[in-house]
Ligand binder design. Structure first.
Ligand SMILES: Cc1cc2nc3c(=O)[nH]c(=O)nc-3n(C[C@H](O)[C@H](O)[C@H](O)COP(=O)(O)OP(=O)(O)OC[C@H]3O[C@@H](n4cnc5c(N)ncnc54)[C@H](O)[C@@H]3O)c2cc1C
Length: 491
């Protein structure tokens, strides 16, 4: 085994979070090794956010064209998957090639190592026969992989995960979707709008179960209107594939068949692969527990989906900013100790980056390192209508014993909703803490539900008093003006 090579930082996993940490630290002058076993950029650009939103953009164009009748004349719609597959292949993923991303990282000053990284002791990472010893620490940004439930027969079938669904060149005639969460619903609606017969099977009693029940209802109704069959409260018990078609048998004697089966029942971090036992961290957790500076232990940080704080690109980026500030803070102190004159170039770079973060305004920041605060975590399911939400749902707030007030209004009763006509399904629901006089949660469902959400995120994040929200001016006739109606209905 080679002698360990001394570097400042090793980042294992260059998904959204890891790439940001590694690239920014390298730019600040630290010697950074970035380790990635698959594609630099991770799930989001190749099999997640970006290609799925390209699919949604195309599917929504079809849906809008189908709304021309009765609004603006007549339109003949002939869906064709070829341009969607081409855009994903050529524009989004370079046919699943990360050369550009690797060059970008190296261009920022990082050293790239392709392979699977594993801890072999404090600050020490092994990749094949190379070993690196990190002076300031190791960052784990290893993400998650699809969690495949232990359903009899499933493992022996050619089921799809999000990877095959995103890479598909020719659509199947029919698709079973196991899992009615955000990813399942987004992809179901896309494929249905392109003419695939889609059936969703969900074990819980409603789809999109983490959001408000009213959001589940609107989303389910929208998908049904697109021809999607939805079966809730059905537990999958057995899956068979006869070489042509899948059969899924569920609880209550239910049975479904289709050409393809997509499994989107959540995601799992594979902590057992990371060598955490060599640094005394238990591997029995579902995700890596971190403190509010994203530290797993003194010289090890985690970022992104692997932390279990929310499987979103914006969470990975938010956490990355904290990790970067914390490591640069450590580098600054370490350099100042070793070199009292503080003239090393990295110190200047480090200070600059750390202080710009500390002023970036994460609430709860102490000193130069901001602390993570997930109170105002926004999430958007990009179905049509979009389901945007922030903070607590009504039920979560009640379970915490908060003195809750709820305000609700349908989008169709706002001026803009009424003008919009067909496709105006949606609502605003506000959850307020009556004692504090602030919003602690909100849901915005509608044609621009994710965009309307932004004002509500500010309100929850900055704890804007309800009295101020009631006395601000909302542009007429916007969708977001419905927030004013929901505020009026708070009771
Ligand atoms: C279909 C789909 C749609 C989505 N849409 C959205 C959306 O609209 N908005 C949103 O915010 N989020 C969305 N997400 C979630 C988003 O993709 C993730 O939250 C994000 O990719 C998390 O980034 P990450 O860096 O934590 O992990 P990942 O992107 O999973 O990257 C982790 C990387 O680590 C590598 N790795 C793992 N172990 C090792 C190891 N031992 N050594 C070396 N490398 C390793 C992996 O190969 C991978 O490249 C979507 C996800 C899916 C699947």
């Amino acid at each position: 085994m080679a002698e360990p090579e001394q570097v400042d930082v090793v980042v294992v996993g260059l998904g959204v979070g890891g790439e940001e940490v590694a690239g920014r630290l390298a730019e600040a002058g630290l010697s950074v090794v970035g380790v990635e076993r698959d594609l630099v950029g991770g799930e989001c650009p190749y099999w997640g956010c970006i290609p799925s939103k390209m699919m949604i953009r195309a599917a929504n164009a079809l849906a809008e064209a189908r709304r021309v009748d009765g609004l603006a004349g007549a339109a003949e719609v002939r869906p064709d998957w070829a341009p969607v597959a081409r855009r994903i292949r050529e524009e989004a993923t370079d046919t699943w090639d990360d050369r550009v991303a690797v060059d970008r990282f190296v261009g920022r000053g990082g050293r790239f190592v392709r392979g699977a990284g594993r801890l072999t002791g404090p600050g020490r990472v092994q990749v094949d026969d190379q070993v690196f010893q990190a002076r300031y620490g190791v960052v784990l940004g290893t993400g998650t992989r699809p969690a495949v439930p232990p359903i009899e027969g499933l493992a022996d079938t050619p089921y799809w995960t999000n990877h095959q669904a995103i890479e598909v060149e020719e659509l199947p005639d029919s698709l079973l979707v196991l899992g009615g969460g955000a990813i399942g619903l987004e992809l179901s609606q896309v494929f249905a709008r392109f003419g695939v017969r889609v059936t969703v099977v969900e074990a819980l009693d409603r789809v999109l179960a983490v959001e408000e029940p009213e959001a589940s209802e609107v989303a389910a109704a929208a998908l049904r209107a697109d021809g999607v069959e939805i079966h809730t409260g059905v537990r999958a018990e057995r899956v068979d594939h006869d070489g042509q078609r899948f059969t899924l048998r569920g609880s209550g004697g239910t049975s479904f068949t289709a050409e393809r089966l997509l499994v989107v029942t959540g995601r799992r971090a594979h902590l057992e692969e990371l060598g955490l036992d060599t640094i005394g961290v238990e591997t029995g957790h579902r995700f890596l527990p971190v403190d509010d500076r994203m530290r797993v232990a003194d010289d090890i940080w985690a970022v992104g989906d692997v932390t279990g704080e929310g499987a979103f690109t914006h969470i990975a980026m938010y956490q990355a900013a904290i990790v970067i500030a914390d490591i640069l803070d450590r580098a600054r102190h370490s350099k100042a100790g070793a070199d009292p004159s503080g003239t090393a170039s990295v110190v200047g770079g480090a200070m600059g980056a750390a202080s710009s973060l500390s002023t970036s305004g994460s609430s709860g920041s102490a000193g130069t390192v901001p602390r993570a605060d997930y109170r105002a975590l926004p999430r958007v399911t990009f179905t049509d209508p979009e389901v945007g939400a922030v903070g607590l749902t009504e039920q979560q707030a009640r379970e915490r014993g908060i003195n809750v007030q709820v305000g609700f209004t349908k989008l169709s009763s706002s001026a803009r909703g009424w003008i919009h006509g067909v496709g105006d399904e949606g609502f605003i629901k506000l959850v307020a803490d009556a004692d504090q006089g602030v919003l602690i949660g909100a849901t915005s469902v509608g044609p621009a539900g994710g965009e309307v959400l932004s004002g509500l995120v500010v309100a929850v994040h900055a704890a804007v008093p309800l009295s101020q929200l009631r006395h601000m001016i909302y542009a007429y006739p916007t969708f977001h003006r419905a927030i004013e109606d929901a505020l009026r209905n708070l009771s």
